[in-house]
Ligand binder design. Structure first.
Ligand code: DC
Length: 214
């Protein structure tokens, strides 16, 4: 039996917050797969590699392991470094490449060997674990997602306006949902949860209720 709860959805829908809280409530391990794509963008950027075509031999030399909210890259723990707008867009760009997705597939699948996990991303229910025990697609209006992102950035938002954040999210959503391989979309059988106007607690409650019924 699968030991995976899959949570997919667009940027800024609150997946990480909800997935983390759900994992804590259930006593499951939390795995954030976006961090793997961000780590590749980060490493490639640091090496001066074009993010549109990351060579396979470069990917093969990277040692990547997801670790809760962050990732271990060649033995070094990364988290905050990967949360920059550059890494967000960079991750979305590298994630279009078949070589990148192929390299990350076994790493993500191995994570289920740790027992029950809540794994979040864009293609967890569609590609990584199509046989997941439960699949959720978490979404919200783009306005709400932009508002949340700005609030989350707090002081770090600087001169960033709501419109700029909205444009960044829309650009990323478009790229993530129109790419050829593993595009962002609800998996067959996924429970779609629109979190617009809901609190984190309400969303976690809803998901935990669905898990109890699954
Ligand atoms: O969840 P996130 O914002 O950290 O993800 C960053 C980018 O990585 C996202 O724009 C698309 C890509 N990604 C993906 O293609 N597949 C996943 N399972 C997770 C993330």
């Amino acid at each position: 039996m699968s030991t995976v709860v899959a949570i997919d959805g667009p940027a800024g829908a609150g997946k990480s917050t909800v997935a983390r809280a759900l994992a804590a409530r259930m006593g499951y391990v939390y795995v954030n797969t976006g961090m793997l794509y961000r780590a590749i963008a980060y490493a490639a950027g640091a090496a001066g590699i074009d993010l549109e075509s990351v060579p396979a031999d470069f990917l093969n030399r990277l040692q990547l392991e997801p670790e809760n909210d962050g990732v271990r890259l060649n033995g070094r723990r990364l988290e905050e470094e990967l949360r920059t707008p550059e890494c967000s867009q960079g991750a979305s760009v590298v994630s279009k490449q078949p070589e990148v997705r192929a390299a990350l597939l076994p790493i993500q699948r191995r994570a289920a060997e740790r027992g029950w996990i809540v794994m979040e991303g864009r293609d967890i229910g569609t590609v990584v674990f199509p046989d997941a025990a439960a699949k959720f697609f978490i979404t919200a209006t783009v306005e709400e997602r932009a508002r949340r992102r700005l609030a989350q950035l707090g002081n770090r938002a600087g001169q960033l306006t709501l419109d700029a954040v909205k444009a960044e999210i829309e650009e990323r959503d478009l790229r993530d949902s129109t790419r050829k391989i593993a595009p962002l979309k609800p998996a067959p059988g996924a429970i779609v949860v629109d979190t617009t106007g809901l609190t984190i607690e309400q969303v976690v409650e809803r998901l935990a209720g669905e898990l109890a019924r699954a």
